[in-house]
Design a protein around this ligand. Structure first.
Ligand code: BG6
Ligand code: MG
Length: 219
């Protein structure tokens, strides 16, 4: 590895594994129970956003008001459903290309970090059996500002001992791409619909091409 970029910081949900779908299912179940309209389009607003903030976004569609205690109970209920869904995760649930990219980057000497807003990220990473690839995993409980704030990506870069400009961030959420750019990093967007501000878009990690990104650096 002798290019400009030295580290790669990955989001988890929707990038390494399809837990974004499980978050969607668990929120949908809660929203329906509360009589709040919920669909995939609305769910996009929740991607990369913390549990409590996600709940607040959902409840903003309700005309009932909820106490803090009620909100905590609802968030706990969603999390219990979510945990049931992720209990069954195995390495087969890695998204296409994820295992290969982690293996190859590690082999070529890149430093790797995980910047997920999920408090369940460590559990999921262990189930997928990819924990050993990461030099640093951000503890979501220590992050004060949700994506699109850059805090989580800046924390990850610091954890790797790298200046942000030497890092590439990989994200499937619009809020995540914004966080990466505000952190001063190169942003790779993952998914079929274009994410605003991404330096490159790829369908999935099979198309991740660090050699190409090394040539795109604006110094
Ligand atoms: C993010 C997801 O990674 O983590 C969000 O994109 C989710 O959808 C957030 O709400 C928090 O996750 P958790 O597991 O702590 O509720
Ligand atoms: Mg995500």
């Amino acid at each position: 590895m002798d290019g400009y970029f030295k580290g790669v910081i990955f989001d988890l949900d929707g990038v390494i594994t399809d837990t974004a779908e499980y978050h969607y299912q668990a929120w949908k179940r809660l929203a329906e129970k509360l009589g709040i309209p919920f669909d995939r389009k609305f769910n996009e607003k929740l991607k990369g956003v913390s549990r409590m903030e996600s709940l607040n976004i959902i409840l903003s569609r309700s005309n009932k008001s909820y106490t803090q205690e009620e909100k905590e109970r609802l968030a706990e209920e969603k999390n219990a459903d979510y945990k049931e869904l992720i209990a069954k995760i195995t390495p087969d649930d890695l998204l296409p290309g994820a295992g290969e990219v982690l293996e190859s980057l590690k082999k070529h000497g890149y430093k790797l970090a995980l910047a997920s807003a999920s408090k369940n990220a460590s559990f999921v990473i262990k189930k997928l059996k990819v924990e050993h690839y990461f030099d640093y995993i951000v503890d979501a409980a220590t992050i004060k500002n949700s994506k699109p704030h850059p805090e989580i990506f800046l924390t990850a870069a610091k954890g790797l001992g790298l200046a942000p400009e030497y890092c590439i961030g990989v994200e499937d959420a619009q809020a995540g791409i914004e966080a990466i750019k505000r952190a001063g990093m190169f942003a790779v967007g993952v998914g079929s619909s274009t994410l605003k501000g991404a330096d490159v878009m790829i369908n999935d990690l099979r198309d991740f091409d660090i050699e190409q990104y090394q040539t795109m650096v604006k110094r």
